[in-house]
Design a protein around this ligand. Structure first.
Ligand SMILES: *Cc1c(COP(=O)(O)O)cnc(C)c1O
Length: 357
């Protein structure tokens, strides 16, 4: 059997969920969209079922997968519905629904529903992706209230730059939000992971932790609370080949690495077809039998190469951690000029093995 595997520690997931709750003091929707950022939505939701206030996903297909697996908690559709016809399933499965556009509001007014909906009314407070403009917000709220189709409305918005802890934009967005909701008596939801960890002054009846649940920091710099996160995924494999090369010999496609000294090269069963980032350059950290070393040469589809020159005890069959507790996914992502969100979502082909149920 090919030794590439992703170990998923569900106890760490629960730890991180509790940290999100403690940091915010509010109720927390565990964001399990995109197959729980590559960690497996059903098993992650089941592991959190006893404690989670609810879940959030990107679309109804993701919500129905959770319902089919027996998840009975609230599930929020973060973009609401994409077509009015989805309202029948939203009604049937009692899903919570973001409203970010006026056409969605029209559709709710015209829908035939068996019971009132719970709506999260989204304001564009400055990210300029989706959400109603501030000048539309109060009227939309009143229309929802008057529609007779809705029993509870949560006021929500999303920050564009909460991961930049010195940036004034988050406070500016908060001020826009507070002005737009002036006088409305309703719960609010603003904080995603960087805002939960880094912006304690932002109100938080409901928070929406995603990346932090999986134990990766949303920040580029060290941050005290983020340091308490526990990595959930360990991506690991083994050394399947070793060769000694004299100085001057190249390794791999395009000869991206040329040995600057006599070099002991380890070949690892892991490649970009597993989701390991192809753009991780020579120097990206990796651990072999618990010792840190570096990737060398170009990552190929099914294999990559590591420098074993200074690790003489390692060899064929040595365990390799591509990311996990020793090599942080956020560090690998930074080397590859991306973010841990993307490297987790890209995971494929490797079997996922769960512990800590
Ligand atoms: C994905 C998403 C989140 C979670 O964001 P993280 O940065 O992963 O915590 C929260 N809110 C909305 C609207 C989202 O789309």
């Amino acid at each position: 059997m090919r030794p590439a595997q992703a170990l998923i520690d569900l106890a760490a997931l629960r730890h991180n969920y509790q940290l999100a709750r403690q940091c915010s003091g509010g109720k927390a929707l565990a964001v399990v969209k995109a197959d729980a950022y590559g960690h497996g939505a059903v098993l992650c939701a089941q592991a959190l079922q006893a404690e989670a206030d609810g879940f959030a996903v990107a679309c109804i297909e993701e919500a129905l997968e959770l319902r089919a697996a027996g998840i009975t908690q609230p599930i929020l559709l973060l973009e609401g519905f994409f077509e009015a016809s989805e309202l029948a399933l939203i009604d049937q499965h009692q899903l919570w629904c973001v409203v970010h556009s006026l056409w969605q509001l029209d559709a709710i007014e015209q829908a035939r529903l068996s019971r009132p909906l719970q709506v999260w009314l989204k304001l564009d407070s400055g990210m300029h992706r989706v959400g109603l403009f501030p000048e539309q917000y109060q009227a939309a709220y009143r229309r929802l209230q008057a529609s007779g189709k809705v029993d509870k409305i949560v006021l929500m918005s999303h920050f564009a730059r909460a991961d930049e802890l010195d940036c004034p934009r988050t406070e500016e967005q908060l001020a826009v939000f507070n002005a737009a909701r002036d006088g409305l008596q309703a719960e609010v939801s603003l904080r995603n992971s960087p805002a939960i960890l880094g912006w304690p002054q932002v109100p938080s009846d409901w928070v929406r932790p995603g990346i932090m649940l999986y134990g990766a920091t949303p920040f580029e710099q060290a941050q005290t609370l983020a340091a308490q996160l526990k990595p959930v995924m360990t991506l690991q494999s083994k050394i399947i080949g070793v060769r000694e090369l004299p100085a001057g010999e190249p390794v791999g496609y395009a000869a991206r690495f040329v040995a600057e000294r006599p070099t002991r090269v380890g070949v690892v069963a892991m490649g970009y077809a597993d989701g390991y980032p192809r753009h991780a350059p020579t120097g990206t950290p990796v651990a072999v039998d618990g010792q840190l070393t570096r990737i060398i040469g170009r990552v190929s589809m099914d294999m990559l190469t590591v420098d074993l020159t200074d690790l003489p005890q390692t060899g064929l069959g040595s365990r390799v951690e591509l990311w996990g507790a020793q090599v942080l996914a956020s560090d690998v992502a930074a080397q590859a000029q991306t973010i841990p969100y993307q490297i987790f979502c890209n995971l494929r082909r490797v079997p996922r093995l769960y512990s800590g149920q």
